[in-house]
Design a binder for this molecule. Structure first.
Ligand SMILES: [Zn+2]
Ligand SMILES: [Zn+2]
Length: 234
């Protein structure tokens, strides 16, 4: 991404994004605010849907058991709750992509702990070119670039493309989201065996599911999904 270096500069000697009282660390937050983030502790091992940490961590949720998604595993750093629920829309809609650098550093640290064999390629969830030109950047692409750099994994910004605009998914329920997305993505070129789709938030997983199906049809064996935050069930 052409401007990612400018967007993703670190926060040295900047005040904490949340409390403004202390100096920010690499995440953009001070140590206390960083520790208070809504870390995703208990979740389904397949779709990362938040749940009680008392449920055995290797037991998939009911939905993943009855209709398994196209992807094999979701890794999310956080539940989608305050302050992530302010920081992520802040990045997207108030054009503050610099905030992404700190969250990306946090997710990269977590991935380093959890991933045994890294994927061969990172693929950001694409935006429709028209939407991207209005926003000026694709937050998933910036996140993928930052994770790729930190984890030393190549990133492709051209393998997946969004070819049809799909409106505001946020207003649709689970089933309508899946229908709305059909045929809206295209894939070009060869895909390696193991890939990870990168996005900022996973909601119903409809987008990740659609992309994972495309990738598996094109020859990938394992599709992971890496996101900053996972919303509760809806
Ligand atoms: Zn703070
Ligand atoms: Zn699940």
């Amino acid at each position: 991404m052409k401007n990612s270096k400018v967007y993703l500069r670190l926060f040295f000697n900047q005040p904490c994004f949340l409390c403004r009282l202390h100096t920010a660390g690499a995440s953009g937050l001070c140590d206390a605010c960083h520790a208070d983030l809504p870390w995703l502790i208990g979740c389904c091992p397949r779709c990362a849907e938040p749940r009680s940490p008392r449920i055995p961590p290797d037991q998939p949720c009911g939905r993943c058991q009855t209709s398994p998604p196209g992807f094999d595993r979701v890794i999310a750093a956080f539940g989608y709750a305050f302050p992530l629920s302010q920081m992520i829309p802040g990045i997207k809609y108030h054009r503050r992509p610099a905030l992404l650098g700190g969250l990306a550093a946090t997710l990269a640290g977590l991935l380093q702990e959890r991933i045994e064999t890294p994927p061969d390629l990172l693929l950001p969830v694409p935006m429709h070119p028209w939407q991207e030109s209005v926003r000026g950047f694709n937050q998933a692409a910036l996140l993928a670039s930052e994770l790729g750099k930190r984890l030393d994994i190549p990133v492709s910004h051209s393998t997946l493309r969004k070819v049809r605009r799909t409106g505001h998914q946020a207003e649709l329920d689970r089933r309508s989201r899946a229908i709305n997305l059909r045929g809206s993505f295209a894939l070009s070129g060869r895909v390696p065996e193991r890939v990870a789709i990168v996005d900022d938030i996973l909601t119903t997983g409809a987008t990740a599911n659609e992309l994972a199906k495309l990738l598996k049809k094109a020859g990938s064996n394992e599709v992971q999904v890496w996101v900053l935050a996972r919303t509760p069930s809806n």
